[in-house]
Design a protein around this ligand. Structure first.
Ligand code: ATP
Ligand code: MG
Length: 647
């Protein structure tokens, strides 16, 4: 495999507007010299009812931003626009899997949110109450979220692909009063019976007063005594609901992380700090302009959707695309088709979807007009350099910069990324480049000491930032233990990283995914990228099992590309490829070819499951596994994996 920077040089033509890094360096330096002043300037871009008394109250590890300030998230997303030219602008272009579309202007969205806020109020929902939202990707989902925000209620969105146990766990943990759902959702042409899942869950959730059901899929559903139709409630609702001014530190929502590494955690975000972080990062990273049509492909059930479909673009008055459905249904071309149809200018998607599309070659995307695109982004996992190059060349035609954005549910917003709104700098495929201004990230060793360039270590954040989670819902102790106990006074994200000679940051995978082979530490990410750099391999997941002589032995699960059939020869060839590219130390002991890998519903490989399978251990929490409609399929894949591993 060529080194990532070499690949970039080969690819060549990104325009750099000023001396690389100068402007960014200046802004970042100023931000870190006086972070409170810097973030206060950013916070002034929001609409406040009352300005804060103190920018930051930092009682480690609890940070409270803009203390004494009062605002409302729905005012920042809607009311601020309906008094300007943005009033009639399209806020949301929605597309369903079957190709149907709906558009909502800022005013229409504002109207719906106000009415639904009155509906919630009429059902006794007030400030601080929790509302579980279990809905498909339709505009009523952001409407419900913004309506909660309008009255100061705390939303807890549960991804609609989850089944009842996940819903029960989350609604109980949050002690929600209301569940908002729909008669059904659609994925891969199949009906997802959301209301049925809610009905199955209700006997195990004591706190629920009402279930609100949106008619969406034309599915016949039974309505129990607590169940109410969305449209009936909306019919009688008043058109204006005065927004509740909430304290800056008031919780806006709870969101459970995807569970790639263990049991989901109820991440709780505040209002003023969180929105400030989002406003600023959206401006820096995506640099929205009036012509932009932003397509973030995430599901709103994940943080990317919360932050960069709901709150950030709407605060900026941007036009965005919201897509309900699978990226490959009915054909593996949906994102490209949507870009062409609606003229998307910014595409923000995941490496996992890119790998899926790449499997089908260039012909599919080349048959679409993607010329509207001006910027590409990725999020969710490290992007393999090969995949980055494909994105850059085939999708971006070598003229769209790529922003590789590293962040987490816990960080609220983007933490590392190129900031095209500040300056487009030379890119390196697979590097998330630099921290955004005001974020004090570093790479440290086991003892918390910064490591020299080129050395692998743990990424940490040395100072609080506005988007930082307030705590884990109802569990301050766990919050302290998970994020603040590994290194004194530093936030610990749990990822491996490296800073290169030019100061660029490289994320090397999760710290708990690291393998120790004959005394060497090997990152799963590094190994997986090496597998994917082989022409026959679309996706790879690497895990290990204990080995008496060398500590751990490497086990690889590989998904071949379309048109390649696996064979013993191919296995031999791939092992040779790894020995040549990474080194003999990385020789895998077991190589399995599979059709799919176990992933979370957000598309991340659940390596801990592969490890459990490989080691013959009990499989832990699987509520976040890609289940829902696909549960049987995935269970089968499990069994197959087990069979393969044991044979
Ligand atoms: P859990 O915390 O429950 O195990 P999760 O970490 O997958 O789930 P998220 O908060 O959605 O849940 O994901 C954040 C993680 O995703 C990061 O810690 C990192 O491992 C990975 N990640 C996100 N963006 C990037 C990126 N651009 N490059 C590398 N890794 C990324
Ligand atoms: Mg995580």
């Amino acid at each position: 495999m060529s080194s990532p920077s070499k690949l970039y040089e080969e690819s060549g033509r990104i325009k750099v507007n000023v001396t690389p890094g100068r402007r960014l360096e200046k802004v970042s330096k100023e931000a870190l010299a006086e972070p409170e002043k810097f973030w206060a300037e950013q916070a002034r871009n929001l609409v406040w009812f009352k300005e804060w008394d103190r920018v930051l109250d930092w009682k480690p590890p609890f940070a409270r931003w803009f203390v004494g300030g009062q605002l409302n998230a729905s005012v920042n997303c809607l009311d601020r626009h309906v008094k300007t030219d943005t009033k009639n602008k399209t806020a949301i272009i929605w597309e369903g899997e079957s190709g149907e579309t709906r558009t909502l202007s800022y005013f229409q969205l504002y109207r719906q949110v106000n009415k639904f806020a009155n509906v919630l109020k009429s059902l006794g929902v007030g400030k601080g109450d929790r509302v579980t939202i279990y809905m498909p990707m339709v505009p009523e989902l952001p409407i419900a979220m913004l309506a909660c925000a309008r009255i100061g209620a705390i939303h807890s969105v549960v991804f609609s692909g989850f089944s009842s146990q996940a819903l029960v766990d989350r609604a109980n943990d949050a002690q929600s009063k209301i569940i908002i759902t729909a008669d059904g959702g659609v994925r891969k042409g199949r009906l997802i019976e959301l209301k049925k899942v809610v009905d199955e869950s209700l006997p195990s959730i004591q706190s629920i007063d009402h279930v609100i059901v949106l008619k969406r899929a034309g599915n016949e559903v039974g309505m129990g005594p607590r169940d109410l139709w969305w449209h009936d409630l909306m019919e009688g609702a008043k058109t204006y609901c005065p927004p509740e001014p909430v304290e800056s530190t008031h919780p806006l929502y709870i969101l459970y992380t995807s569970g790639t590494t263990g049991k989901p955690k109820g991440v709780m975000h505040g209002t003023g700090g969180y929105l400030t972080h989002l406003y600023a990062t959206a401006k820096w990273v995506f640099d929205f302009n009036k012509q932009d049509i932003f397509f973030c492909t995430a599901d709103i059930g994940w943080v990317t959707g919360h932050s960069y479909i709901v709150y950030a673009p709407l605060m900026h008055g941007a036009t965005e695309i919201m897509y309900e459905g699978a990226p490959d249904h009915p054909r593996p071309d949906r994102y490209w088709a949507i870009v062409e149809k609606h003229g998307a200018t910014i595409l923000y998607m995941t490496p996992t979807a890119l790998r899926m599309y790449m499997k089908y070659g260039d012909v599919v995307p080349n048959s679409f007009d993607l010329s509207s695109l001006r910027l590409l982004g990725t999020v969710g996992e490290p992007i393999n350099p090969e995949v980055w190059m494909w994105y850059f060349k085939t999708i971006g035609k070598e003229i769209c910069p790529i922003v590789d954005t590293w962040w987490q549910t816990e960080t609220g917003g983007i933490m590392l990324s190129m900031c095209t709104g500040i300056e487009t700098i030379p890119m390196k495929p697979g590097s998330a480049t630099f921290p955004v201004p005001g974020v004090d990230a570093a790479v440290v060793d086991e003892n918390g000491k910064p490591v020299p360039p080129g050395t692998k270590g743990y990424i940490v954040v040395r100072r609080p930032w506005p988007g930082m989670l307030l705590t884990l819902w109802g569990d301050d102790e766990k919050y302290k233990q998970v994020y603040w106990s590994k290194f004194a006074g530093m936030y610990y994200p749990g990822d491996y990283a490296m800073i290169d000679q030019d100061g660029y940051l490289w994320l090397l995978g999760r710290a708990d995914d690291v393998l120790k082979v004959a005394g060497h530490r090997l990152g799963t990410m590094e190994l997986e990228s090496a597998f994917v750099s082989h022409k026959a391999i679309a996706e790879a997941a690497v895990t290990s099992k204990p080995n008496n002589t060398k500590g751990e032995s490497i086990i690889a699960f590989l998904v071949p590309k379309e048109g390649f059939t696996h064979s013993d020869d191919m296995r031999t060839e791939i092992v040779a490829h790894i020995r040549n590219t990474v080194g003999p130390i990385a020789t895998p002991d077991e190589v399995y070819f599979v059709n799919k890998l176990p992933k979370t519903r957000s598309g991340k490989i659940m390596r801990r499951l592969l490890k459990s399978i490989a080691c013959g251990d009990k499989i832990g929490d699987i509520t976040t596994l890609e289940d829902g409609a696909a549960i049987d399929e995935v269970k089968q894949a499990y069994e197959d994996l087990k069979k393969v591993v044991r044979s």
